[in-house]
Design a protein around this ligand. Structure first.
Ligand SMILES: [Zn+2]
Length: 106
């Protein structure tokens, strides 16, 4: 086995191989040292922008839907993705269901 996995994807937790040349030339292929696939890296970028407040939740959700989501996630990644996805659905069908009680019988 010449290419043993020496890195773990920051998104899906998958082990993968990064050559030392890739590691040292971070400016050329920065995503290879963070994620195993381009889609995982896209997810990483979206989550980073979202968590530091530079991307609204709606945009983050749209970006995530464009990506091929892996079958597994790191636990903290999964909770972040769940948060983005679920809130978007709520916002789309948000109807205030608080009927005002007519207090005429008082
Ligand atoms: Zn991955």
């Amino acid at each position: 086995m010449p290419n043993e996995p020496n890195a773990v994807c920051a998104i899906c937790g998958q082990k993968y191989y990064v050559c030392h040349a890739c590691k040292s030339t971070k400016t050329l292929t920065p995503w290879r040292v963070i994620a195993d696939t381009m889609d995982c890296y896209k997810i990483y970028t979206v989550l980073r922008h979202y968590t530091n407040g530079s991307m609204p939740k709606e945009t983050a959700q749209k970006q995530l839907k464009k990506c091929i989501l892996p079958e597994t996630f790191q636990p903290h990644i999964r909770s972040a993705i769940d948060e983005i996805m679920h809130t978007g659905q709520k916002a789309a069908t948000h109807i205030p269901k608080t009927p005002r009680k007519t207090s005429k019988e008082k």
